[in-house]
Design a protein around this ligand. Structure first.
Ligand SMILES: [Zn+2]
Length: 291
């Protein structure tokens, strides 16, 4: 897939998986099938799988090449991870590392990993399995995480919760803490190259979106503030994966409105390819126009 540009930045989408993922009625507690019927034309087969009725989703992250650094925004699912409660992605084998190389970055060249949040499907490639243990995939990178987010999942992990998030905290987050590569930052952390965090809580307690600003062009890495283009028709629909459904809704409504106004390039973490585009007004809500 062709790289996108945000001013001087080159952006590559790197996916571990794309395809039918969850039934909408299961994923959105407030789901109303009437919305699908009313908007059938807008929600074609690339968004809703015609055979299964499932939401077509992508699990990807982004490589941002600034003139000075190679930066990953999240790290997707990762290979070989034990995720028994997510059979489709359990012990995954994907070509992600080869795709990273094809995008022009070897693991040792990655300077920073910036995390929108610490859910299992966003931290996977933080580590890889070498001789039976989890080692940082990017030996020279610093992993930037919001302090609030890290603290939350540390508590969850210590409490012994059995969830993919707790498993991923152990196999994909703690190893980069142990290696001294994790850097805990505030929710409004600003990075020199023109990348910055903005607090966007609700999906997780310390969730952030990541802004990229270069030569007056703006991109916003939305993480899981919006999971699927269907939510532009219904910004009030949070997902079962959100830790606080009401706060998640408030954050989503605020950011959709703001970036529709600004005409920002929006890059969510689970929209089907090309996974980047602009938010336009549509009827009483919005729609997504692919970049
Ligand atoms: Zn996610």
């Amino acid at each position: 897939m062709k790289a996108l540009r945000i001013g001087d930045f080159e952006v590559h989408r790197l996916a571990d998986f794309a395809g039918p993922s969850f039934p909408p009625a299961e994923f959105f507690p407030d789901f109303d099938p009437e919305v699908l019927r009313e908007n059938a034309e807008l929600l074609g087969p690339s968004l809703i799988d015609p055979e299964s009725g499932m939401l077509v989703m992508s699990f990807h992250c982004f490589l941002v090449k600034t003139p000075r650094h190679k930066i990953l925004i999240d790290t997707c699912l990762g290979n070989d991870k034990e995720r028994p409660s997510r059979p489709r992605w359990h012990r995954l084998k994907s070509s992600w590392l080869a795709d990273l190389a094809a995008a022009g970055a070897r693991p040792e060249e990655v300077d920073y990993v910036m995390c929108t949040h610490l859910h299992w499907d966003h931290v996977g490639w933080n580590t890889r399995l070498v001789d039976g243990s989890w080692v940082p995939t990017f030996p020279n990178a610093r992993y930037l995480m919001a302090r609030r987010e890290f603290g939350h999942w540390q508590e969850v992990h210590r409490g012994g919760e059995e969830s993919p998030h707790s498993l991923s905290f152990a196999d994909s987050v703690l190893p980069v803490v142990k290696s001294g590569q994790a850097v805990l930052v505030e929710d409004d952390f600003a990075f020199e190259d023109g990348l910055s965090f903005e607090s966007a809580p609700g999906h997780t307690p310390g969730n952030v979106v990541i802004h990229a600003l270069s030569r007056g062009q703006r991109g916003v890495f939305m993480g899981d503030v919006i999971h699927h283009p269907l939510q532009l028709l219904r910004p009030d629909w949070s997902t079962r994966a959100c830790s606080d459904l009401l706060l998640s809704r408030q954050t989503r409504e605020r950011l959709i409105e703001e970036h529709c106004e600004k005409g920002s390039l929006v890059l969510p973490a689970h929209f089907p390819p090309p996974s980047a585009g602009r938010i336009l007004r549509h009827k009483r809500a919005y729609r997504f126009e692919n970049a």
